[in-house]
Design a protein around this ligand. Structure first.
Ligand code: PGA
Length: 252
């Protein structure tokens, strides 16, 4: 059975002190929650990963990194490697976020390399993709999403897909307050699952969690999360506040 997942992508937010405060609040808020088959993941900036990872040890809260470099090590000033992430006991990394694609020029081809490096290092991947507004207006959204998934992930074996979580994030809905309707999300998620089913054995398509991201907040989460092929959310803005993040976990 595929997991339900609520993941908070903090982006470039929260200092060390703010991270400690958030984790303390979240630990208190989720104490006693019955989380059947549900995972909670927070993705703080690199400088706070170790602290978050230490503070959540022996809890159900998991920690993810927001990015990593495709090389194992070397002369890449300012970059962080998969083994560095692993060394602070973090087991998951977000790859392919639209902000990485847009502001840092990450292409599908580069992301395929990052995916390989992450898997080689035994990291789980939350792989993000999604169309821009123009693609949707031109009715190219299915084509764009298909290409993003094919180019970065379809060289993997069925077994490697056990380490993949998909996150559909229509770019026009990220940080804009505009969410895809539950029907739009379901339509795309069903399309993605079908795409994976055509390429792999049904085990893979049935077991892969597909998260929705883009202006999810406590007020709209329940409706989106209740769609058949939506297995949770990757949340930006609303994940920065422990109370809202807890409400999202409860919504699932
Ligand atoms: P948002 O961001 O929830 O603030 O729209 C989502 C994301 O970028 O992952």
């Amino acid at each position: 059975m595929r997991s339900k997942i609520v993941a908070g992508n903090w982006k470039m937010n929260k200092t060390y002190g703010e991270t400690k405060k958030f984790v303390n609040e979240l630990k208190d808020a989720v104490k006693g929650l019955k989380l059947k088959n549900t995972r909670m993941i927070i993705a703080p900036p690199f400088t706070n990963l170790q602290k978050a990872s230490k503070k959540t040890k022996d809890t159900r809260i998991e920690v993810a990194a927001q990015n990593m470099h495709q090389a194992e090590s070397g002369a890449y000033t300012g970059e962080i490697s998969a083994s560095m992430i692993k060394s602070v006991h973090v087991k998951t990394v977000i790859l392919g976020h639209s902000e990485r694609r847009e502001y840092f020029g990450e292409t599908n081809e580069l992301l395929a390399q990052k995916v390989d490096t992450a898997l080689k290092n035994d990291l789980e991947i939350i792989f993000c993709f999604g169309e821009v507004l123009e693609d949707r207006k031109d009715e190219n959204h299915f084509k764009v999403v298909e290409e993003q998934i094919r180019k970065a992930l379809f060289h993997l074996t069925s077994d490697q897909w056990k380490k993949i979580i998909l996150a559909y994030e229509p770019v026009w809905a990220i940080g804009t307050g505009e969410t895809a309707s539950p029907e739009q999300a379901q339509e795309m998620h069903a399309f993605i699952r079908e795409l994976v089913a055509e390429r792999y054995i049904s085990d893979v398509s049935e077991n892969v969690s597909i998260l929705y991201g883009g202006s999810v907040k406590p007020a709209n989460a329940k409706e989106i999360f209740s769609q058949e092929d939506v297995d949770g959310g990757l949340i930006g803005g609303a994940a920065l506040n422990a109370e809202d993040f807890t409400a999202l976990i409860k919504a699932i």
